[in-house]
Design a protein around this ligand. Structure first.
Ligand code: FAD
Length: 689
């Protein structure tokens, strides 16, 4: 009887939307194919396909889920909604990258269909890269729709909205708030509340989960839907290929696309096509044994990639061997790790998130974010495939009880293989590989603020990266950052250091088919608005504790070079912070060199937080130098902050307002307005993460 009850609970859970249909948006979308050059997947760019109304008609869809995504989370939520909408409510869903459509036909969107908008807000209230055009269109005054000329051109459009934001930024969830206002103004009808997820409070996933249930209820009502019993349906077919071996030259062993597979690496290099760049030089910046900070010089010559000081470089990581092994073992894939598989979408809009044929090993090592935090909803899905009834029961509990999940999984920072192994050591051989691919995000490149000046070294990009290593008290394990530990291993190998596998982590350093041999790493460059003033005589104030100093090394390097070339360079103030001068003072000797070129134009203020019993942070030094800061601001200085978004950046903002109030004898409210207008006019810039 217990078993029956359990089965019922599983079904109910599935029914209640914990179906954990977590896929990357690309699976369900007719979105841009990240591997378009592989020629394996259909491309959305065929003529006429930018008309979403036509596209939905052609594919027989009645629900589209648009996403504006920068790091993949919004895209992931869009896919989960698509799967859930289909499984529970029989909607015929698709996801869509906002970049892939035009929106002038939204006024012809049929009444019996629905459009979802899952919108991330990026940086200072900006749209994500893929949402820029949509944003400009919808905020047009008025937007020019294909037919309607009336006041309420979107009166037939039913929409659902969820935003992803971070409350530590001033313009919290601006995208969804603004979109909601604009759509309402144009006559569209929102179904349910506009949801808001908060990354700053660390509650994004729970915010999403608690928003979607009432939303589904409202949608059921508005569209006359009927909820049905949801059962797991795979999104992909997985065919094991006896006719191919890993040596076959059509098999992807981690190559990002067809050009790479065929040894014809060619540009343009971008977020869909990395350049396999040589690391010219790498070294350790800290002097203590248990912490690492890497300086790397990445050579982009001949690639066609370019950067300007203040831009970001993205590094495409490879998972550590230890984690790949753990994952394959947990899901009973170790024995067949090198078997060749072809995966295909079972729905015409479903896209495999990596090129195939490939091997289980390559898919897991190069394309799946296997170390990331676990999603509660995904554990509920996996319950159906648990090896024992006990394990199923536990997975159901973890999936449905947020506090229990926090206690057992998220507070220990377990990854998916660790989380399921803690429930049952496995093997979890019944879990379909499609389910794993659907439920685990596509691995994301990590961004780094370039720490060199393009004026000084146009073909070499510097990175300053602290190696992530978090010991979990009482849990007996250490969470190792995916990318930074991979970079650490590259540095160790490059310098012939005795321990080429730091912390027991080994990597496929030579890459697929030895294509990264000779210390190479896949990268692309992302241009940013974080820029020095075009007139070098303008003063600048920079606040960058820890690795937040990265772009400022580039800024100071650039101003020193300009001074050497005889330019009139304005006062250059840097507030820097670290623990101790003997441990982690980044580029300690270089500042002396820059001082030689910039003379008394350069002021570096150092805050050491562990040198004395009094913890000194950059905020204190800014306060101590209130007069200098205010004087420079009145001389039209630019003000920059880089580093920790959650505390430091916000505190610096507040301190600046206090300084302005005290020095100018105005009240704090007014001073806050001054800081706000500095932000909106681009005088106050942040590069925070
Ligand atoms: P990840 O594997 O991504 O882990 C990062 C963190 O996620 C961990 O520390 C932990 O807190 C959490 N986490 C990981 N796994 C789990 C789990 N299973 N459960 C719970 N929590 C988990 N960094 C720099 O050092 N220098 C820079 O100049 C720099 N510039 C940046 C610029 C921008 C615009 C952005 C967005 C970020 C920048 N970063 C910079 C941060 C950088 O992109 C990476 O986030 C950082 O290096 C960590 O990457 P990782 O892959 O090593 O760690």
């Amino acid at each position: 009887a217990q078993v029956d009850i359990l089965d019922v609970i599983v079904l109910v859970l599935l029914l209640l939307g914990s179906v954990a249909y977590f896929t990357k948006g690309t699976y369900w979308g007719v979105a841009k194919d990240p591997y378009a050059t592989s020629g394996l997947n259909g491309s959305a760019s065929k003529k006429g396909s930018r008309n979403i109304v036509e596209k939905m008609e052609e594919l027989g869809k009645n629900c589209v889920i648009f996403y504006g995504s920068q790091t993949g989370t919004a895209e992931d939520y869009a896919s989960r909604l698509a799967k859930e909408g289909h499984a529970r409510f029989g909607l015929s869903t698709m996801t869509a990258d906002l970049e892939d459509y035009d929106f002038d036909t939204l006024d012809t969107f049929p009444e019996d269909k629905v459009a979802f908008f899952v919108m991330a807000t990026y940086g200072e209230g900006e749209p994500t890269d893929n949402a820029v055009e949509f944003w400009e269109f919808i905020n047009g005054d008025p937007p020019s729709f294909s037919q309607a000329e009336e006041d309420q051109p979107l009166k037939n459009l039913k929409y659902v909205a969820f935003g992803l934001g971070n409350n530590t930024y001033e313009h919290y969830n601006l995208m969804v708030r603004n979109l909601d206002k604009q759509l309402t103004k144009l006559g569209a009808q929102r179904i349910g509340a506009a949801g808001e997820g908060d990354d700053g409070a660390g509650t994004m996933e729970e915010d999403f989960l608690s928003w979607k249930e009432p939303m589904w209820a409202a949608l059921t009502e508005a569209m006359g839907l009927e909820e049905r019993e949801a059962v797991y349906e795979p999104v992909f077919s997985v065919e094991e290929r006896e006719d191919l071996s890993p040596e076959s030259d059509t098999v992807y062993l981690g190559e990002p696309n067809k050009n790479h597979l065929e040894n014809m690496q060619k540009g343009p290099y971008n977020a869909h096509n990395p350049f396999i760049a040589p690391i010219a030089e790498s070294r350790e910046l800290f002097t203590v044994k248990d912490r690492n900070c890497l300086h790397m010089e990445i050579d982009i010559s001949g690639s066609g990639l370019s950067y300007t000081t203040g831009d970001h470089i993205a590094v495409w990581p490879t998972n550590a061997g230890l984690e790949v092994d753990r994952f394959l073992k947990t899901f009973a894939l170790s024995e067949k790790r090198d078997r060749v598989i072809t995966m295909k979408g079972l729905d015409p809009t479903a896209k495999v998130p990596f090129p195939t044929p490939t091997t289980y090993d390559a898919a897991v090592r190069y394309h799946m974010e296997i170390c990331a935090p676990v999603s509660r909803q995904f554990l509920a899905t996996l319950a159906a495939f648990a090896p024992t009834e006990e394990a199923k029961k536990e997975m159901v509990r973890l999936g449905s009880d947020a506090d229990y999940f926090k206690d057992k999984v998220s507070s220990h920072m377990l990854n998916i293989a660790q989380a399921v192994s803690a429930v049952h050591p496995g093997p979890w051989s019944a879990v379909p590989f499609s389910c794993l691919v659907e439920g685990i995000n596509k691995i994301q490149p990590r961004y780094y603020s370039i720490s060199s000046s393009s004026l000084v070294q146009p073909n070499k990009v510097s990175i300053t990266a602290v190696v992530e290593s978090i010991r979990i008290p009482g849990a007996g394990h250490v969470v190792k950052g995916v990318t930074t530990n991979y970079l650490l291993a590259l540095k160790q190998k490059q310098n012939g250091e005795p321990d080429p596998s730091p912390h027991g982590l080994t990597y496929a350093i030579n890459g697929p088919r030895n294509k990264y041999d000779g210390i190479h790493v896949p990268v692309h460059v992302r241009h940013s608005n974080f820029k020095l003033p075009s007139n070098p005589s303008k003063p600048v104030i920079m606040v960058g504790p820890g690795t937040g100093v990265a772009p400022f090394r580039g800024f100071v390097q650039e101003r020193a070079e300009l001074a050497k070339r005889g330019e009139d360079v304005g006062t250059t103030v840097l507030f820097y912070g670290c623990r101790r001068p003997t441990e982690d003072w980044l580029y300690k000797d270089e500042w002396e060199e820059y001082k030689k070129a910039l003379g008394d134009k350069l002021h570096v203020f150092n805050a050491f937080s562990r040198e004395t019993s009094r913890k000194v942070y950059v905020q204190h030094l800014i306060q101590q130098n209130a007069k200098l800061v205010n004087d420079l601001l009145q001389q039209k200085a630019n003000f920059y902050v880089c580093g920790d978004a959650s505390h430091m950046a916000r505190e610096v903002n507040d301190i600046l307002a206090q300084i302005i109030a005290a020095e100018r004898g105005i009240d704090e409210k007014k001073a806050e307005q001054v800081v706000k207008s500095m932000r909106s006019s681009g005088v106050y810039q942040e590069d925070v993460w």
